[in-house]
Design a binder for this molecule. Structure first.
Ligand code: GDP
Length: 398
C-alpha cells in the first residue's frame, strides 16, 4: 500500500471516533510565528515534506497574501499524531495573523474547540493577542499557550538562565490575566494556564524544538539544556531531543477537548436561541452521528475542479454524497451534496460518509454563504451570527 493510501485509511478511521479528534486553531499577533509553527507541525507529523515546510508556505497560497506577505485565507489542514500509543486526528484551521481580517478569526473559532495561543517571548502579548484570545473565549474555545522565539530571548537579548525563566513566567502571567479578565468563570474552572500541568509550552518554531514541563520530565531535557544549547548554537540537539511537533501536539491532545466534550459546553453558547430538547439540540449536545445533520459554514472557497467548496463544522449527524440539505434563511430549496470530503494534510479527500465532530468540506450547497446554518431538517433555529470583537488600540505593521 502506498504511503498516501495508508494515510487516507488512518484519517478516515479516526474521523469516526470523536474521542480521537481535536479541532484546533493557532491564534497570534502578526509576525509572532504562526505560519512557521503551522508548517513545522505539519512537517513534523509527516503530512508535508520538511523541505517544503517554511519555504512553500502552503497556507500562503493566495496572490494577495503573497503580495502583502500576510496570511488572509483561512485554510484547513489535518495531522495524525500518536500520543501514549494511540493515534489522534488533529484538524487545524488557519487563522489570519492580520487585524484587518479579524472576521476570519471569528469564523475559524466557530469551527474549533481549542486554540493554541502563540506569543513571541521577546515582544510579549500584543493588542492582537488580546483580540484573538477574546474571540476564542467568546466562542467557548479553550486556550493553551505556546511561547515562541525563546532562541531570540537567549541569543539576541542575552538574558541569563534565571532571567529567561522569569520572562517566560511573565508571559504566562499576562495571558492568565487576560483570560481571567475576559472570562473569570472559565479561568476559575480549569482554564488558568499552568506550566507545571502542561498547558504551556516554550520553544522555537523556527528551529523546530519546544519544551513543556511534562515533556521535560519524560525526556530529561531541562531548561539548563535549552539555555546551553541555544547559546552554543546547537539547535539541532534540541530539535532531536525535544521536537516541536511532539511537544505541541502532545499538549493539544492532552489538554484540548474532543468534540463530544466540547459540544456539551459550546452548543449553548453558539446556539443560544435554539431549544435544547429538540432532536437537533440533543444531537448537537451529544455529537450524535445518527441525529439530524447540523453544519455551520465557516468558509467558502473556489476549487478549479470541484467548484465552490463550503467548509464548516459538522455538529451533528452524518453527511454523504446525495444528502439533501436546507440552508436556513433562504427559500426552502433542496441543496443536494455532490461531494463530501475531509482534509488530509493540506489536501481535501472525498469520503463516503462524514460523521459529526469533524470539519467538513462539501460541494453542492449552492445557497450557502459564510455563516450559513445548513441542516437536513426543513427548519431549525440558526447558529448565533459571527461577531467580531476588536480592541480599542491597534498597532498594525504591514
Ligand atoms: P506569522 O505572521 O505569525 O505567521 O509569523 P511567521 O511564521 O511568518 O514568522 C515571522 C518571522 O519570525 C519570520 O521571519 C520567521 O522566520 C520568524 N520566526 C518564527 N518563529 C521563530 C522562532 O522561533 N525564532 C526566531 N528567531 N524567529 C522566528
Amino acid at each position: 500500500m502506498t504511503r498516501r493510501k495508508k494515510m487516507v485509511e488512518r484519517v478516515t478511521e479516526l474521523m469516526d471516533n470523536p474521542e480521537h479528534i481535536r479541532n484546533i486553531g493557532i491564534v497570534a499577533h502578526i509576525d509572532h510565528g504562526k505560519t512557521t509553527l503551522s508548517d513545522n507541525l505539519l512537517a513534523g507529523a509527516g503530512m508535508i515534506s520538511e523541505e517544503i515546510a517554511g519555504k512553500a508556505c502552503w497556507m500562503d497560497s493566495d496572490e494577495e497574501e503573497q503580495a502583502r506577505g500576510i496570511t488572509i485565507d483561512a485554510s484547513n489542514v489535518s495531522m495524525v499524531h500518536e500520543y501514549n500509543g494511540e493515534e489522534f486526528l488533529i484538524n487545524m484551521i488557519d487563522t489570519p495573523g492580520h487585524v484587518d481580517f479579524g472576521g476570519d478569526v471569528t469564523r475559524a473559532m466557530r469551527a474549533v474547540d481549542g486554540a493554541v495561543v502563540l506569543v513571541d517571548a521577546v515582544e510579549g502579548t500584543m493588542p492582537q493577542t488580546e483580540t484573538v484570545l477574546r474571540q476564542a473565549l467568546k466562542e467557548g474555545v479553550r486556550p493553551i499557550l505556546f511561547v515562541n522565539k525563546v532562541d531570540r530571548l537567549i541569543n539576541e537579548l542575552k538574558v541569563d538562565e534565571m532571567e529567561m525563566q522569569i520572562r517566560l513566567g511573565k508571559v504566562i502571567d499576562k495571558v492568565n490575566k487576560l483570560i481571567k479578565g475576559m472570562n473569570e468563570e472559565a479561568y476559575n474552572n480549569g482554564w488558568k494556564l499552568d506550566a507545571t500541568e502542561g498547558t504551556v509550552a516554550f520553544g522555537s518554531a523556527l528551529y523546530n524544538w519546544a519544551v513543556s514541563v511534562p515533556f521535560m520530565k519524560k525526556s530529561g531535557v531541562s531548561f539548563k539544556d535549552v539555555y546551553e544549547k541555544c547559546t552554543e548554537g546547537d539547535m539541532k540537539w534540541l530539535a532531536k531531543n525535544s521536537p516541536l511537533c511532539s511537544v505541541v501536539l502532545d499538549m493539544v491532545v492532552r489538554h484540548l477537548p474532543n468534540p463530544q466534550d466540547a459540544q456539551k459546553r459550546r452548543v449553548p453558547i453558539i446556539w443560544q436561541h435554539g431549544t435544547k430538547d429538540t432532536p437537533e439540540g440533543k444531537a448537537m449536545l451529544t455529537c450524535d452521528p445518527k441525529g439530524p445533520a447540523c453544519l455551520m459554514v465557516t468558509d467558502i472557497s473556489f476549487d478549479q475542479h470541484a467548484g465552490e467548496v463550503a467548509t464548516g463544522r459538522l455538529f451533528s449527524g452524518t453527511l454523504r454524497r446525495g444528502t439533501e440539505c436546507y440552508v436556513m434563511g433562504t427559500a426552502k430549496k433542496v441543496n443536494r451534496l455532490t461531494q463530501v470530503g475531509v482534509f488530509m494534510g493540506a489536501e481535501r479527500i472525498e469520503v463516503e460518509a462524514l460523521p459529526c465532530g469533524n470539519i467538513a468540506a462539501v460541494t453542492g450547497l449552492k445557497d450557502a454563504i459564510v455563516g450559513s446554518t445548513v441542516t437536513t431538517l426543513m427548519e431549525m433555529t440558526p447558529f448565533e451570527s459571527l461577531k467580531h470583537y476588536s480592541e480599542p488600540v491597534m498597532t498594525v505593521a504591514v
